[in-house]
Design a protein around this ligand. Sequence first.
Ligand code: GLU
Length: 554
Amino acid sequence: MSLERLADLIFTGVDKTPTYYVEKYPKRDLKEGAKVTRYAPSPTGFQHIGGVFAALVSERIASQSKGIFFLRIEDTDQKREVEGAIEDTIETMYNFGMSFNEGMTGDTTSKGEYGPYRQSERAEIYKTFAKELIQKGLAYPCFCTPEELEAMREKQIAEKLTPGCYGEYAIYRELSTDEAIKKIENGDNYIIRLKSPGNPEKRVVFHDLIKGETSFPENNQDIVLIKGDGLPTYHFAHIIDDALMGTTHVIRGEEWLSSLPIHVQLFDILGFTRPEYAHIPTIMKLDGSSKRKLSKRKDPESAVSYYKEQGYPKASVVEYLLNIINSSFEEWRAENQTVNYHEFPVALDKMSKSGALFDIIKLNDVSKDVISKMKADEVYALYTEWAKEYDEEMYQLVTSHEAIARQIFNIDKDGQKPRKDFAKWAEVREKICYFFMPLFEKESIDQIELPKNMVLSEAVRIIEAYLEAYQYDTDQETWFEQLKAVAIELGYTADRKAFKKTPEAFKGMVSDVAGAVRAALTHRANTPDLYTIMHIIGEEEVRSRLGLFVKSIQ
Ligand code: GLU
């Protein structure tokens, strides 16, 4: 009877029972095998690429099984909350091709029958369950002050004992109910702790869908269920939320793996069926020869905003993350060049058990591939969208020369092996700026990349001769014949064998002459096909650039 009084005293006004909530949220009517997963961030405002990674795994697992993927906001630590963070999370996930079937839809709105989907709005629910645990003597109020807890912790560490509140250190565990009532009536501060029934001599075994079979000692810590502010800890909220929301697969970061004994125990105590767990590896990065966690402070690529600023198409980031999720994605992609990535079956048991290595070079490769497969019009649209925000000058140039820009983005798109020029939109400027006179003009003579072993005066001699012979309106073959004729006239050869045999008999090869023309027109040694470039910039500009080259060097 006095436990009832204690429970009523602590949870005055809590008048529902756990059964009420269990009945309020019935089992979902889903087809066999459908999985219910969630993304459950804290609204701290910082979108870490690891969050997109975790969400992507959960979204794929739900979506490919025709299940439900929902968004729950874990805001029980209200100190860390940032305004607008929920909308930002939703937008970020949406941009990476993920949408939620249920859950929060904005800072104050939600959809779905299993809400509220924001933990701070579920306080009543957590209290109802905690109240029952008090009534059953499975939880208790703990009156330790933070200073007492700290002193206890220091003592335990000094004595090389496991720190925490357990056994003889759980000093309020055995306080009589009447004493507890008295202290509460007296206005003493308290929190609610679990009266853990665990015995660390015994082990719990479970099967993690990524890590495989694992076992841990049973939990014997009297962990905190409800904090002083009346809100639950992560542990308690996780159990109640995922049970009532019908989550079938808890997919979360491996930093939670060590808490699993607590969670398993709480599921059992509360009489809920345990979900399946999949603990995904932390995203790591190679630093020198050692691996470390991708750090918010040190690594700009840890922030989702980085990818937007650099102009990685979202599809590139998603495809790259799929590569990390399942290394077989690469092979699948090679065999299914144009298929939507949704068709790739993500398999949890094929995920790396240790760290997932994040490698920007690999991301660039994947992204080059993704961009090379886009049609020129898509490249134009995405690039101008990016440039509008991040490179005003290029935006102006590209949009005011739209026809030319579309042709540039279309160079070598048709063949079996489309060009792989760009990994991100921030690289486009450097690769195409020479097409635009205002930028080309600004380049200095020392930027000109001449063919190997060619001096400037020789390049000028070539360009003068070429300018005389140049005809715009020809097909590629005739164009090349003309170039060859100029080359031979100037003492170069088209005969590789002859050149190899007696190099001293020639000035060089036709390719050197082409290289000089390329240098005069673009200042670069590596560009797409020269004939195509000349056609894009047009006769007048070819002539003026060649003339300019001769003039600027004399
Ligand atoms: N709010 C937790 C976190 O951000 C969620 C962990 C989970 O998915 O259960 O780490």
